[in-house]
Design a protein around this ligand. Structure first.
Ligand SMILES: Cc1cc2nc3c(=O)[nH]c(=O)nc-3n(C[C@H](O)[C@H](O)[C@H](O)COP(=O)(O)OP(=O)(O)OC[C@H]3O[C@@H](n4cnc5c(N)ncnc54)[C@H](O)[C@@H]3O)c2cc1C
Length: 393
């Protein structure tokens, strides 16, 4: 028997699960297809990375009623400190200057995932199809027909709108023959929790070093998450280090602003690349989150951008639904296409530009960025404009 949905989301990661929650309760029949079993500790979207959520993302999470469950778990970022190793320039952005309670918030992806799945279980109009994989997709004029594999069972589904939210290596994007472009940064990010020698005072640190950028994000419990970007040869060496050697090596890059760093946790590695879908809309289909754009984490923008995708798509779908129009029709998706494609281009270019500027070995560029950091710290309007952009406002 064929199951009929209004909306079928493929990928129950941070963006896909949030989208299902955002759209529930509006009279739509929603299916959520996820490759991993429910509660699987190896679910790749809900791992131990720390996410810096912008103030704008908080507003989106508030609008979909998720913020109350998260508010007690997040650590506020009240100050961002940016520096360049071996140079005197540094810049600070503070929540007080920007007149907001916090510039952003830090939350482990695992905790966000837990809240999302708890919430999904209470959404009676969302069918959780998991563990499952889409095996084929066929477009009809008024619906999309999807074959689904769940264990040794195959079933047939139809939907008016199909959403690809299955991450960077989106299989659905491939099945739809939508090309993706980008490049490998030949860098690997190492993520681990670390205990600072001094209180972090709700400060997020971003430091540029000849070996690549390092960042420290504050946590509620007093510890921090470090993100250390390395070339593959350095990465191989760093992974050999025991805890004390690792702390000492990271300290040499980060300096002593937080005292002597101690007690490092398990290290996790992420190869970094840029990848963008060449189109984010196809017939009765929208591509969202990392399936549409995978960015370098240097500016912590990936999920924030994915949540903005979600927000625009939700507006389009609910406007069409409210007006009694077809939610999968081209005119419903054109708004998503025009708003988000431009935004993806802007954020991908800015992020890639930052990676190039701050990893360049050219002396002239090193001086330019050092002077840039100093000037930035003293130019209030520029700083304010950049802070508002980083906050997703
Ligand atoms: C080191 C690091 C640090 C980061 N820090 C930040 C930060 O501070 N701030 C920020 O905004 N962003 C950050 N990001 C980016 C952020 O993690 C991603 O943007 C976010 O996880 C994207 O979520 P997603 O749901 O689109 O994709 P994913 O997280 O990749 O989820 C995809 C989901 O689809 C499922 N799936 C895959 N294939 C299939 C299939 N064939 N069928 C069904 N389901 C499938 C997967 O199991 C998974 O659940 C960081 C990324 C890295 C690597």
């Amino acid at each position: 028997m064929t199951q009929t949905y209004d909306l079928l989301i493929v990928g129950g990661g941070l963006v896909g699960a949030s989208l299902a929650i955002a759209l529930h309760g509006h009279g739509l029949r929603i299916g959520l297809v996820e490759a991993r079993p429910l509660g699987d500790p190896g679910q790749p979207s809900y791992d131990d990375r720390a996410l810096a959520l912008s103030y704008g993302s908080r507003q989106i999470l508030e609008s979909i009623q998720l913020w109350p469950q998260l508010a007690e778990q997040v650590a506020p970022i009240r100050q961002i400190h940016i520096s360049d190793q071996g140079h005197f320039g540094c810049a600070r952005i503070t929540a007080d200057q920007e007149q907001v309670p916090a510039l952003g918030y830090v939350l482990p992806a695992r905790q966000l995932g837990r809240v999302l799945w708890q919430q999904l279980h209470q959404c009676h109009d969302v069918s959780l199809l998991t563990p499952a994989q889409v095996t084929s997709v066929q477009h009809m004029p008024d619906q999309v027909q999807v074959r689904l594999q769940q264990g040794d069972r195959t079933s047939s589904l139809t939907t008016r709108l199909l959403v690809a939210a299955d991450g960077s290596d989106s299989r659905l994007r491939e099945q739809l023959q939508i090309p993706a472009t980008g490049w490998d940064y030949h860098q690997i990010a190492v993520v681990a929790s670390i205990t600072p020698g001094r209180p972090h005072a709700d400060t997020a640190y971003q430091r540029f070093t000849p070996f690549g950028p390092v960042a420290l994000l504050p946590h509620r419990a007093g510890h921090c998450t470090l993100i250390w970007t390395l070339h593959p040869e350095q990465h191989a060496q760093v992974l050999q280090y025991n805890d004390a050697q690792f702390c000492a090596a990271f300290q040499r890059q980060f300096g002593y602003r937080l005292g002597v760093l101690q007690r490092v946790g398990k290290r996790h590695s992420y190869p970094l690349r840029l990848c963008r879908a060449q189109q984010i809309v196809a017939q009765r289909t929208a591509i969202i989150g990392n399936a549409a754009h995978t960015l370098h984490p240097i500016a912590g923008q990936g999920l924030n951008l994915g949540l903005r995708d979600l927000n625009t798509l939700v507006d389009s779908v609910l406007a069409a639904q409210g007006a009694g129009r077809d939610i999968g029709a081209a005119d419903c998706l054109s708004q998503y296409q025009s708003v988000c494609q431009r935004e993806h281009q802007r954020v991908a270019q800015a992020t890639d530009g930052l990676v190039r500027l701050f990893t360049s070995p050219l002396r002239s560029l090193q001086w330019a960025r050092n002077i840039g950091l100093l000037a930035f710290d003293h130019l209030s309007p520029v700083k304010h404009a950049l802070a508002r952009t980083a906050m997703g406002l």
